[in-house]
Design a protein around this ligand. Structure first.
Ligand code: DC
Length: 227
């Protein structure tokens, strides 16, 4: 088997990360959650007061960007996100970060820095990278590109259930609104908008069980990595 790069792109909360993590564990690949990286930058900007009622203080964020160090740690088989030495996994998944992450991830210099870091993290291959622009911008030569989608309502329900499991108290309508808003901003931004790469394989997993989608992904991997 060849060691390949697998690019997993698609809409918010479509279950990409669950699928990607499961496959990564089975085949011993490194899983890289690029959404978590944009979320960590957002948390940093929020904490520093760079996101206010009148918008984002881009100049301050640009100056401090070199101070933002993002990496991933592992505990009990689970991956977590580290921002400047602190485990911020829980904070970056909350509604507040979710509400601010799309405008932050639409900023050109933020994307440039993250894309550079992602290329560095993935350059040795044997990685599954999950995001919005992996197959189009980060690794346009990835051997396998998957574009995942599902209906808005199903995606909001999945995100809602995930938040409940984490002990949050979300309102379903707010989650649905957030999913739709993020789709809109992610697909309409000027710099590398969310779009399907021409050579991506599309998966609409609306009616699929975990087992079905995992089997489907494994089949795609086996085809793409065959020597
Ligand atoms: O995958 P996620 O929902 O955790 O991503 C959070 C946000 O980050 C999402 O609204 C879009 C943005 N994002 C991006 O612009 N590019 C990526 N490669 C990954 C995420």
């Amino acid at each position: 088997m060849k060691k390949i790069i697998i690019a997993m792109d698609g809409h918010s909360s479509c279950g990409k990360s669950t699928m990607a993590k499961t496959l990564a564990k089975k085949i011993g690949y490194t899983y890289i959650d690029t959404g978590a990286m944009y979320r960590a930058v957002t948390l940093y900007a929020m904490r520093r007061g760079f996101i206010g009622k009148n918008g984002i203080d881009e100049e301050s964020l640009r100056k401090e960007l070199p101070l933002i160090k993002i990496s991933f740690g592992h505990e009990n088989g689970e991956q977590y996100t580290i921002l400047n030495g602190e485990n911020v996994e829980r904070q970056i998944r909350g509604m507040e970060v979710s509400g601010n992450v799309s405008p932050i991830s639409a900023i050109g210099f933020v994307r440039e820095a993250m894309v550079e870091l992602q290329r560095e993290m993935g350059k040795k291959g044997a990685v599954i990278m999950d995001g919005r622009d992996i197959g189009t911008t980060v690794f346009p030569n990835a051997e396998l590109k998957i574009f995942v989608t599902a209906t808005d309502e199903i995606r909001a329900r999945r995100r809602y259930d995930e938040l409940i499991l984490k002990g949050d108290n979300p309102v379903y309508e707010d989650v649905l609104k957030n999913v739709r808003e993020r789709d809109y901003i992610d697909s309409h931004r000027a710099v590398s908008p969310l779009r399907q790469a021409d050579d991506a394989i599309v998966l609409d997993n609306s009616g699929m069980s975990y087992q079905e989608q995992d089997d489907w992904l494994m089949e795609q991997y086996l085809k793409a990595a065959k020597d």
